[in-house]
Design a protein around this ligand. Structure first.
Ligand SMILES: [Cu+2]
Length: 285
């Protein structure tokens, strides 16, 4: 009986969610294939501005079926529909419009942060226009992720911000968390994300429920010239020809000694994972 009730509750919840969700929006894009991963049903595309949605960007998109990207090669020119729903972005109707020469800028080789790597002392400017350094966080546990405020894809940057909020909620009652755990969201769009822009953006995500404890959560941006080195340390692919980084996701737990404790490459880490990793690095008494 309990099981039936649960199933009914789930169906009701999904119907309700269906009714409330905003309709999907379709945006035509033109771009160049950078790489594909048929197994994971992913394609990385360098595309131009998408009016009304996002600036020129190189990023990895999900497709519904591997056959949509079969036969494509790096360098191929394509058109496609970027479909943005309430919680996801994906590519549909991918059409090959020009065969490439098989060569394309793959960017510099990706390194990924490994446990124990010392984080270089990169400088950033925070939402108040103040210069901060990674070394300022020594002695604290730092959760750092990368975002850009113009990101319109709900399962990318907005999800990272929502996850940060959720981690903070999970750490509310953990001893020493509020004074020893800090949060940092770094923009990789120095051209657009000035301190003023970051301050407004931060205010959207930092709203607290009454009685909720406050965590130190900075939004900051590196100087454009420092972005390639910073981004590559944290596992992003940088394309020097376009002076662009490939928009992937990178979230790192940095221990009080300034070394990488845990790295999450994607958007499928849960707030519970990160809260647990942070908790292990906090003083135990
Ligand atoms: Cu994003």
């Amino acid at each position: 009986m309990k099981q039936i009730l649960t199933i009914v509750a789930l169906i009701c919840a999904s119907i309700a969610a269906g009714c409330q969700s905003a309709p999907e929006k379709h945006y035509p894009i033109q771009g160049e294939v950078i790489s594909m991963d048929a197994g994971k049903k992913l394609i990385t595309v360098k595309h131009g501005d998408i009016p009304g949605l996002m600036p020129a960007m190189t990023m990895t998109y999900q497709v519904a079926e591997a056959k949509q990207i079969r036969g494509l090669e790096p360098g191929d020119k394509i058109t496609a529909d970027l479909v943005v729903s309430e919680d996801k972005g994906r590519l549909e109707r991918i059409v090959l419009v020009g065969k490439g020469d098989g060569k394309t800028s793959q960017g510099t080789t990706q390194r990924v942060p490994e446990k124990g790597d010392a984080v270089p002392d990169f400088a950033l400017v925070d939402q108040d226009g103040k210069i901060i350094h990674f070394s300022d966080y020594h002695g604290k546990v730092l959760l750092v992720t990368f975002i850009y405020t113009r990101c319109p894809l709900p399962d990318f940057c907005p999800r990272m911000n929502d996850n940060f909020r959720a981690v903070q909620k999970l750490l509310q009652e953990v001893p020493h968390a509020t004074e020893r755990a800090e949060f940092l969201s770094v923009s990789f769009d120095p051209e657009h994300d000035t301190p003023t822009v970051l301050k407004h953006y931060a205010s959207l995500y930092k709203k607290r429920a009454p009685g909720e404890k406050q965590f130190d959560w900075q939004f900051a941006v590196p100087a454009a010239r420092d972005l390639p080195e910073l981004a590559q340390f944290f596992g992003f692919v940088y394309q020097p020809e376009q002076a662009q980084i490939v928009h992937s996701l990178s979230t790192t737990v940095i221990a009080p000694d300034g070394k990488v404790a845990k790295w999450y490459s994607d958007n499928d880490w849960t707030p519970a994972d990160a809260a647990q990793a942070i908790g292990l690095l906090l003083p135990q008494s």
